[in-house]
Design a protein around this ligand. Structure first.
Ligand code: CMX
Ligand code: CO
Length: 160
């Protein structure tokens, strides 16, 4: 049902400076940037690796674009750091229904738009051992809307 780690979401105050840290320190590069008004964030996706189901794993850097957003509230409370964990699935609505049936609160009544054409839904952190959890359905490969999601030949990254 859940087949991979899609991304780790990291709350930050300065997206460009944080992206620079990941690039200069680890060699991870931003493969995509967008503003998601509904979620109240400007975000950068740094692709870490491809996976054998055709998906990929990313770091997602999140900078709030308004004060009444979840990430702005998180920063005010906790400061910068890990904000959520996201698992990949081929069927986000089905996975949310199954997990909801196991007593975990699903925060969205229907999947919403996520990064790069994905569909996402969130699970309440209080029902997940304190971890805000996101489910992500990548767009079908033929939709061709996941920049950098194609396989990277081994050795291309200079990551440690
Ligand atoms: N991880 C773990 N716990 C969290 C949390 C997080 N990221 N955010 C809030 N909480 C906890 C708080 O610590 C607080 O706990 P206590 O009651 O014990 O003090 C509780 O949840 C409520 O906190 P709050 O400040 O009132 O939180 P919000 O009003 O922001 O509501 C939540 C929390 C999870 C329902 C809300 O953040 C939400 O709907 N998140 C989903 C959407 C989202 O995070 N979007 C940004 C990312 C977009 C993307 O990934 O694409
Ligand atoms: Co996310």
């Amino acid at each position: 049902m859940l087949t991979r780690i899609d991304h780790i979401g990291i709350a930050c105050r300065d997206l460009d400076a944080t992206a620079r840290f990941y690039s200069e320190t680890y060699g991870f590069e931003v493969t995509h940037e967008e503003v998601n008004e509904e979620q109240g964030v400007r975000e950068a996706m740094l692709r870490i690796n491809g996976t054998d189901d055709g998906g990929a794993s990313y770091l997602q850097l999140l900078e709030p674009v308004r004060e009444d957003s979840p990430v702005a509230r998180f920063l005010a409370r906790n400061g910068e750091g890990v904000h959520h964990v996201a698992f990949g699935t081929a069927d986000v609505a089905g996975a949310a229904a199954t997990i909801g049936g196991r007593g975990v609160r699903v925060l969205d009544s229907a999947p919403r738009d996520g990064s790069m054409g994905s569909l996402i839904t969130f699970l309440h952190p209080k029902d997940c051992g304190g971890v805000l959890t996101e489910l992500v359905q990548a767009p079908a490969p033929e939709a061709g809307f996941r920049p950098g999601a194609e396989a990277v030949p081994s050795g291309e990254h200079e990551n440690m």
